[in-house]
Design a protein around this ligand. Structure first.
Ligand code: PRP
Ligand code: URA
Length: 204
């Protein structure tokens, strides 16, 4: 269920994100652009229904999106991946899950949750970094407990350990990523990775 983005622009943008010389203002722009490419990939299978319309010249059997969409960023870094959905999808709702990894243990602590109705919707949980997978698994557990049935996870960089954790806890959840990196280091940071995404996004 792992989908790795295969697009030359994806590799270009991700390299700019990895580069430690990239300042926050550019980091935000490149995150947004990479988030757009991932949003297109992650919504490729959305169902459509027939929509008959009239062009200026003749009747036309068109189509319209047939399933509501909910995007749920894991705060705070996930906020950098929301705008592509709100810009592209007419009826999207946004939910929020606040999770923060403890710097010493790398275990995520929940501090906020506000979700719209999830049943019957395509629910996309977005968070740029899938490291141990602790945050993603907690968020997916929460979304399931709140009625989500059709769930996907969209990240920018995944570690093999995080992918394995999500596959074990939620084997039916597709994971979309721009890259599958080598491993976690002793501090549970992704290698080669790009550092602390939230800090680089917000200049903290
Ligand atoms: C980062 C990242 C993920 C989490 C990934 O967030 O955005 O949510 O770490 O690590 P995991 O897979 O080991 O759980 P962080 O907790 O640093 O919070 P932030 O978004 O507020 O910076
Ligand atoms: N969170 C980050 O922001 N970066 C990592 O490498 C791991 C977790």
């Amino acid at each position: 269920m792992l989908h790795v983005l295969d697009h030359p622009l994806g590799g270009h943008l991700l390299t700019r994100l990895r580069d430690r010389e990239t300042p926050p203002v550019e980091f935000r722009t490149f995150s947004h652009h990479l988030g757009l490419l991932l949003a297109i990939e992650a919504t490729r299978g959305l169902p459509v229904s027939a929509q008959p319309i009239q062009t200026p010249l003749e009747p036309f059997s068109g189509q319209r999106l047939a399933q509501g969409l909910v995007v749920v960023p894991i705060l705070r870094a996930g906020l950098g991946m929301v705008t592509p959905y709100t810009e592209l999808f007419p009826d999207v709702s946004v939910g929020y899950v606040g999770l923060e990894r403890d710097h010493a243990t790398a275990v995520a602590r929940s501090y906020y949750c506000k979700l719209p109705p999830l049943a019957g919707k395509r629910v996309l949980c977005v968070d740029p970094m899938l490291a141990t997978g602790g945050s993603a698994v907690q968020a997916l557990d929460l979304l399931r407990a709140n009625g989500a049935e059709d769930l996907s996870l969209v990240v920018i960089v995944a570690a093999p350990e995080g992918v394995a954790a999500v596959e074990k806890a939620h084997p039916d959840v597709p994971v979309y990523t721009a890259a599958l990196d080598r491993e976690l280091n002793a501090s549970k940071y992704i290698m080669p990775g790009l550092g602390d995404f939230g800090d680089r996004l917000y200049g903290t």
